[in-house]
Design a protein around this ligand. Structure first.
Ligand code: AMP
Length: 222
């Protein structure tokens, strides 16, 4: 896929959607097309857990219970990442903001061009997550039912091992879906009132989701 960056422009996008709605996959398409960096606060935290630092151990405990990580930690990880060279063309925020205080930080620190919501029912979310597998190195997402890796248990993109996330078990998923709804309702209201909230049907193939999202992004660039 061609890496097309529109010179001089920056663009910040927020991706909303319940767990398993395909935010990571859509973010990959947007990154390839527009050169934005994909900032998933969940991935930033899992990277810290993988490094087994004292902070990583603390995060692991909170995340395995499906609870939200304190803002103080989350915001520090986000701000650090946003200042990296990789993010100079702008960011796709995935999994952030998740509460009012995080929304305040976004309003203060970043110009948001669009908030895209990937719409998916609870049943579809649970079904997808139970079969989701993630690459331990590059974070690519596969699904053992719908988007199978070419070789079982191995990432197509970098050849590393795939794993099932601790919090991708049905009980934990339900908890996370409830937290998601509760916490994101006020965010959606804010972006809707700001007239930058766009909905995309998440229950489609990755290519169709991308085609729908592209229509929205092209309009923003005009
Ligand atoms: P995700 O990968 O977005 O599903 O996030 C996995 C877990 O990471 C969540 O259940 C939280 O424990 C934590 N997390 C990710 N993003 C945030 C955030 N913005 N605020 C607080 N906790 C977060």
């Amino acid at each position: 896929m061609e890496n097309r960056v529109i010179s001089g422009d920056t663009m910040n996008i927020i991706l909303f959607g319940p767990q398993g709605s395909g935010k990571g996959t859509l973010a990959r398409y947007i990154t390839n097309e527009y050169g934005l960096c994909h900032v998933s606060t969940g991935d930033l935290m899992r990277a810290e857990v993988a490094r087994n630092t004292p902070l990583g151990k603390k995060l692991s405990e909170i995340m395995s219970k499906g609870e939200l990580v304190p803002d103080e930690i989350t915001n520090k990880l986000l701000i650090e990442k946003s200042k990296s060279k990789e993010c100079e063309k702008g960011m796709i925020l995935d999994g952030y903001p998740r509460n009012k205080d995080q929304l305040e930080l976004v309003k203060k620190q970043f110009k948001i061009d669009a908030a895209i919501e990937l719409d998916l029912s609870d049943e579809d979310s649970i079904r997808r997550l139970s079969s989701r597998r993630q690459c331990s190195k590059c974070n690519s997402i596969f699904n053992i039912v719908t988007v199978k890796p070419k070789k079982e248990g191995i990432c197509d993109n970098c050849g590393s091992k795939l794993f099932q996330r601790q919090d991708d078990k049905p009980e934990e998923i339900k908890k996370r879906l409830n937290i998601y709804k509760e916490q994101t309702a006020p965010m959606k209201k804010y972006f809707s009132e700001a007239k930058i909230l766009y909905k995309v049907n998440g229950n489609q193939t990755p290519e169709t989701v991308w085609a729908d999202a592209k229509v929205i992004l092209k309009k923003l660039k005009k």
